[in-house]
Design a protein around this ligand. Sequence first.
Ligand SMILES: Nc1ncnc2c1ncn2[C@@H]1O[C@H](COP(=O)(O)OP(=O)(O)OP(=O)(O)O)[C@@H](O)[C@H]1O
Length: 583
Amino acid sequence: MISNFKENVITCSNLNYRVNVRGSCFSLFSKPYEKLVLKSVNALFKNGTTAIMGPTGGGKSSLLDILADRKSTSGIEGTILMDGKERGLNFKSITGYVTQEDVIMGTLTVKENIMFSANMRLPSKLSKEIKKFMVEEVLDELGLTDVGDSRVGTEYLRGVSGGERKRTCIGMELIIRPSILFLDEPTSGLDSSTSYSVICLLNELAKKGRIVVLSIHQARYGIFKMIDNLLLLGNGSVIYHGPTENALPYFNSIGYQCEEFNNPADFFLDVINGDFDKTKSFIESSKEHNISISKAFEMSDRKSRFIKQRSDKLARLFEKSKYYARVVEEIHQRNASINQPSCKKIQYITSFTTQILHLSHRTMINSKRNPASMFAQIFVMILLSILNGLVYYHVENNISGLTNRVGSIFSTTLNMVFINLAAIELFIKEKPLFMHENTGRYYRVSSYFIAKFFCDIIPIRIFPAMVYGAIVYWMIGLHCNLASFFTFLAFCCLTSLTTCSLAFAISAGIKNFTLAQVTLAFLCVVMMIFSGFMVNLDSIKPYLQWIKWLSIVRYSFDGLLINELQNLTICQNYPFYRKQKFW
Ligand SMILES: Nc1ncnc2c1ncn2[C@@H]1O[C@H](COP(=O)(O)OP(=O)(O)OP(=O)(O)O)[C@@H](O)[C@H]1O
């Protein structure tokens, strides 16, 4: 009988999760089929550690993401409640979620990363000193004090070890002292002893009165015995859920005996995968027929179908057990009075300006420690401007000079567009970090983009464009007038900015870097064709004419042409270009 309901508890009742799956890329236009990833999951997560275990593809990550409210609601049926209430929109701000892939800013140190999380997710009224103290405390708690000032590391920069990186990610979540912590495969990619120390740490945190839910693929015995509760999933169904120490007696009761010295975690997987029965029968048959065990294993195909049938059978057995009855009864009692969440509006802990300030600071540190992209951009722009300047050096006021002016303007426009193809990298690499932090309510989307604009786009994209414009304008000898010069610079900057925005939009929609780059290059070439320089736009087939309205190159080229030619006289008393409406 349950006597004390004061602790936090998350319950999920009759949870089903469906996804639409398409076959190969050749069946892009074929009808997707529906897959039931989670089937009638009833589970309860209390203070302490709960491990979601099971074979690969069993639905562990899906369940964890749904519990942590990290999945869109489409395809999800059933009820998930926290302390008998709906989780509400701010559930993500009060819970910690550590992803499998360690999304973290690698150019920052361990301490800076945790401090960033503190600045974003702790109330602004806490002083800097208190936040610093809290960060030191977390570093100490996670055993990271010695590497606090080391950079985390990127693909090009060797940083802290895998375990320290994982602990830094945990630290970024722990700084808000969440009462619930979700971790997706926290031991993946770590060696056995580092995995052990990470689980020890999670166990310590759980003992301090937290719900720690982790998905884990394989656990050695030392890790397994530290876990308080177990949820075994096979093919989306619950095979066992309850205290870890009751798992072996339960499997004994349904006819599966774990051999002496066998790791229970491996034994459960063997039972779900059917390897337990197979191993026994293969050993016997290999003795009888004198065939090798490896040969016998080769004979066992159609494994996945077998696992499905096996999981369904085990799930049906579990539904008849007293452990299942206990879970269902406890869920029922805990959810006896369901209240609506108090808050129906997303709330951020910090203000808009605080978010912009800290994001800008982080972006600047990142650029400072990774200056190659900025310097490369400026260097290339200077080279191109000198080359263009020399090619069109001091244009004359005659027909040949006019051709050169138009050519130099078109080449300037193309430089501004094509040099910014690389902007696709700016967001696509940071997207997982942005998605993780935005979902975790670190900051608003608008704060991120404003900080990105001022600290990334202006120095890396706009400043080089201005340098280019300033060099090329006077070398070519374009219209000698300050207003025209500044208009020329403004057009260079706006063209760069618009191309960057297009690159951002594409990288937001396309995950694959190469595909995103090819798409942007394709669009730029189309815009170039419809610029008005290469073909008379009026002569194009009417059904293609509309494309010109979408061409950044055309707007830029026309604007620069008007700026240059409107006051130009190339034959005596004959103004070449009269002001006219050009679209
Ligand atoms: N959005 C989706 N589209 C298609 N299939 C999906 C989707 N989400 C989950 N699945 C499928 O559902 C099953 C469970 O996936 P999930 O990632 O939850 O398993 P898992 O137990 O975490 O596996 P692993 O241990 O390999 O990470 C898999 O077969 C997966 O392919």
